[in-house]
Ligand binder design. Structure first.
Ligand SMILES: Cc1cc2nc3c(=O)[nH]c(=O)nc-3n(C[C@H](O)[C@H](O)[C@H](O)COP(=O)(O)OP(=O)(O)OC[C@H]3O[C@@H](n4cnc5c(N)ncnc54)[C@H](O)[C@@H]3O)c2cc1C
Length: 381
């Protein structure tokens, strides 16, 4: 058995290619994208060209035929430079592509996977204004009209929506059956009655778009139902169970970015005639941060490797996301303190990482929801 963090040759090459790309091609634009709250289209194009938007999609559909673990590595590396870049690749691979690979019909795969690998950004649309943690209390409805469904309602908080051409969207086709009416639909941006609405103005992760979706008698062909009618709750849950490992990776990457910045600064900043990194107080901060990042990474890698091995990973994934999002906040905060006053200015990258960290404890299941999952296992529920 290999140690968790020992990478295969292929994984190492992949990791260093993404790391180099993030540092050389994304880092120069991070501040500008954060301030403009827009992610550059040319960088998204590069994601596609590098195969980062179809990591697990089989080669026959134009993807890389890689592993879930590789997607985790990519999200970590991108997030160390810009967590907004990390989440674009995260939602595409670990949620949308992943769901299609598992649940789509051969025809749906043939139609959509090549586009998802080549040039079509995807979004996952579950949440609504009135249904977040209680996701299946959704009020978006799907009316069965035989050869098509008519969808009405609104989705909120949808990541990537400004850039997406494709939406894995959940609506209830049988509200009388409660959550057993929830159904997954594959929606193209151009479908009649579908529109992307208001974009949120956020504290962090600003370059990643988060928008409302409007469904006004949106006509969806029957062949665009994914899985069975009423199976959407299962698809949504299973997809999020895997996706949250990648949010853990995003938070590990973010924390590592903040730690690296603190180490660099501690080496060059002088006070009392020597670099601040020579003071034991600062060294202890760095050592504690590094330990937390490593612990979080082990949780994330373990959950991802369990998933790739086809072993149960539900509790481990919840722990990975819960712990990583907590340490990301702490490490980013301490990194600012190591920087002193300049840490809270936009001249250094850590104030942004601090802002970006906040979302980790909220999306893809809040920390409380992760704790509920962990507690259920502990109590044998
Ligand atoms: C930037 C961003 C991007 C997002 N991207 C997407 C996306 O792409 N697709 C998508 O579908 N959704 C997305 N979301 C939505 C996100 O998943 C929800 O915000 C999240 O699930 C929480 O739901 P809520 O905001 O309604 O909070 P609520 O569910 O109202 O929670 C409020 C508080 O109550 C607590 N709480 C609720 N229920 C319980 C309980 N049973 N026990 C204990 N505490 C509880 C929560 O932990 C939280 O602290 C995104 C959100 C944001 C902010």
């Amino acid at each position: 058995m290999n140690p968790l963090t020992a990478l295969s040759e292929e994984e190492r090459m992949f990791q260093s290619a993404v790391r180099r790309f993030a540092r050389e091609q994304i880092r120069p634009w991070v501040r500008e994208m954060d301030e403009a709250a827009v992610f550059r289209q040319d960088i998204i194009r590069q994601f596609f060209e590098m195969g980062l938007m179809g990591i697990e999609i089989p080669e026959e559909f134009g993807g890389q035929g890689g592993t879930f673990f590789q997607a985790i590595l990519a999200v970590e590396e991108l997030s160390a430079v810009d967590p907004s870049a990390g989440v674009i690749v995260d939602v595409q691979n670990t949620i949308c592509n992943n769901a299609l690979l598992k649940w789509a019909t051969p025809e749906q795969k043939k139609k959509y996977l090549p586009r998802l690998a080549e040039n079509m950004v995807a979004s996952y649309a579950l949440s609504e204004a009135g249904s977040g943690s209680d996701a299946f209390a959704m009020t978006t409805r799907a009316e069965d009209r035989g050869d098509h469904f008519v969808l009405n309602g609104r989705k909120l908080w949808i990541t990537n929506a400004a850039e997406s051409g494709f939406f894995l969207l959940f609506a209830n086709a049988h509200p009388e059956a409660g959550y057993k009416g929830v159904t997954a639909f594959l929606i193209e941006r151009g479908f009649p009655g579908f529109a992307v609405g208001k974009k949120e103005d956020k504290i962090g992760l600003r370059a990643s778009s988060t928008c409302e979706l409007l469904l006004d008698n949106c006509r969806v062909p029957r062949e665009n139902v994914m899985g069975e009618v009423g199976q959407g709750y299962k698809i949504a849950i299973e997809t999020l169970n895997e996706g949250r490992i990648a949010i853990g990776a995003q938070m590990v990457g973010l924390a590592r970015g903040a730690l690296d910045a603190a180490i660099d600064y501690a080496r060059q900043r002088k006070q009392f005639g020597k670099p601040i990194g020579e003071f034991q107080g600062v060294q202890f901060d760095l050592a504690k941060m590094a330990t937390e990042v490593e612990a979080a990474r082990l949780l994330v890698y373990n959950a991802a490797r369990l998933r790739d091995a086809g072993l149960p990973f539900l509790t481990e994934a919840a722990m990975a996301k819960y712990y990583s999002s907590g340490i990301a906040e702490r490490v980013a905060s301490t990194s600012i303190e190591v920087h002193g006053g300049v840490g809270i200015t936009k001249d250094y990258p850590v104030e942004k990482l601090y802002r970006d960290a906040k979302i980790g404890r909220i999306y893809e299941g809040t920390s409380n929801i992760q704790l509920l999952t962990i507690a259920k296992k502990l109590l044998g529920k």
